[in-house]
Design a protein around this ligand. Structure first.
Ligand code: FES
Ligand SMILES: [Fe+2]
Length: 445
């Protein structure tokens, strides 16, 4: 561990945040150890490795990881680092392979990580090499509704405990259908931003009518989308909730309206409504009537760096983030609907997406401001809604009164602080699971 430093970067009562956390290299280095070195991290989806011996190359923070499905169908997350000198043993994005051979000296690993072959093992090493101890470094892997998470921490609590009651909300997107989901993509790009600015933004409904005004006007005019306004958001019964580091915003939905997804327009609305009507009985059986009909997960983040569905903010330095954009669709959805959602998702939140371009400009400026020698003496103000969040009779977690609030952001930075200061997982608080999970859906799907 690199640090004994104690972080105190947020004043939760005043909502003031120290800007240096968005740009200082030493803080970033501690994040890699204390957060990305031990939190459960989203790394992929089972549909990316459907068959035995499939693999998909991914990352845990900055560390390259090969996600494999071995000959028995078991998942592994293997550090892509040869145990000899350290070269990558896999140089491609995905494929199907029983083994990975390092191209420096030829050490060859099975897809479950075991070191199987070392050229000249008898002669060069005089049979003295401790081969069984030199497999690829393996992370712990667990899944939730097909989404694959991994952690380097041997003492981490279960993924189920880590997600806790956040799953009550997440199920309404990720756990709707018996057939599960399918990940399309990813589209990848680099952004000149600190990774936390993107996570913070997942609960920021405040910026939407301002930052996205022109994009929203285009959508209203050409796609028939409703107009955006602060007034509508204040008047809505929608809310934010926070559980164990995970930020969710959700809509108190109309019983018979399909949940909003990118791709909905005047022309495609019929497809969404038909699909909603056809699948609602199944969703009700899986999630219970209240969650199936009345709770629609909106923007959300999964601590530390999972964003809006299966999208990842992969840190690449204090002022650089590699963004991975997957589109998750129900596997058994009609193909024409999958196509509409994929195109709509890219048009809004892909690399050239209308909304994404507005957002990246904001995050770039927030990150850049934290490098100002004089500006950074003055903290960010995240005081909106202080004292207006708490337990709620119908919804789990710490719930804001309004849809526009900075409650989740303050709690996210508190969680960040907690991880940065924790000596071990024993110091990381997980709220007990208290929500009532009606229906048949489980962690397994
Ligand atoms: S570095 Fe991989 S075999 Fe030598
Ligand atoms: Fe936005």
């Amino acid at each position: 561990m690199s640090t004994t430093r104690q972080y105190a970067v947020i004043d939760p009562a005043a909502g003031k945040i120290d800007r240096r956390i968005f740009s200082e290299q030493a803080i970033y280095d501690d994040e890699m150890e204390m957060i990305f070195g031990r939190a459960w991290l989203m790394i992929g989806h089972e549909s990316l490795v459907p068959a035995v011996d499939d693999f998909f190359h991914t990352y845990m923070g900055e560390d390259p990881v090969i996600l494999t499905r071995d000959g028995q169908g078991r998942l592994h997350a293997l550090l892509n680092m040869c145990r000899h000198r350290g070269n990558r043993v896999c140089r491609v994005d995905d494929g199907n392979a029983k083994r990975f051979m390092c191209t420096y000296h030829g050490w060859t690993y099975r897809n479950d990580g075991a070191l199987e072959h070392v050229p000249g093992e008898s002669e060069a090493y005089y049979d003295a090499l401790d081969r069984p101890s030199l497999g690829l470094i393996e992370a712990r892997v667990e899944t939730y509704a097909g989404i694959i998470f991994a952690t380097w921490a041997k003492d981490a609590r279960s993924l189920e405990a880590y997600l806790g009651d956040a799953r009550w909300y997440l199920d309404t997107v990720f756990n709707r259908r018996d057939g599960g989901m399918q990940a399309l993509g990813p589209m990848k790009w680099l952004e000149p931003v600190n990774w936390k600015t993107m996570v913070d933004n997942c609960s920021d409904n405040y910026h939407v009518p301002t930052s996205h005004l022109s994009s929203a006007r285009v959508q209203s005019r050409y796609l028939g989308r409703p107009r955006l306004s602060h007034e509508d958001q204040f008047a809505s019964p929608n809310k934010h909730a926070f559980v164990n580091g995970h930020s969710v915003t959700f809509r108190d939905a109309d019983d018979n309206a399909p949940r909003y997804m990118h791709g909905v327009s005047k022309e495609t609305m019929r497809l969404f409504q038909e699909y909603h009507d056809a699948t609602t009985p199944e969703v009700e059986r899986r999630l219970g009537t209240f969650r199936a009909r009345r709770v629609q997960l909106a923007n959300h983040s999964i601590f530390p760096n999972g964003i809006l569905g299966l999208r990842l903010a992969l840190p690449r330095g204090p002022l650089k983030t590699e963004f991975w954009h997957f589109v998750l669709v129900d596997r058994d959805m009609p193909e024409d609907l999958k196509r509409v959602i994929r195109i709509g998702s890219q048009a809004n939140n892909g690399a050239a997406g209308m909304f994404e371009q507005d957002d990246v400009d904001n995050w770039r400026q927030v990150s850049a401001a934290s490098t100002s020698r004089f500006g950074r003496r003055h903290p960010q103000d995240l005081s909106m809604g202080v004292g207006h969040a708490g337990p709620h009779p119908d919804y789990p977690g710490l719930v804001s009164e309004r849809y526009i609030s900075e409650s989740n952001q303050r709690l996210f930075y508190r969680r960040w602080e907690e991880f940065m200061n924790a000596g071990s997982w024993a110091d990381i608080r997980l709220d007990p699971i208290k929500a009532h999970f009606d229906g048949t859906a489980t962690m397994r799907g």
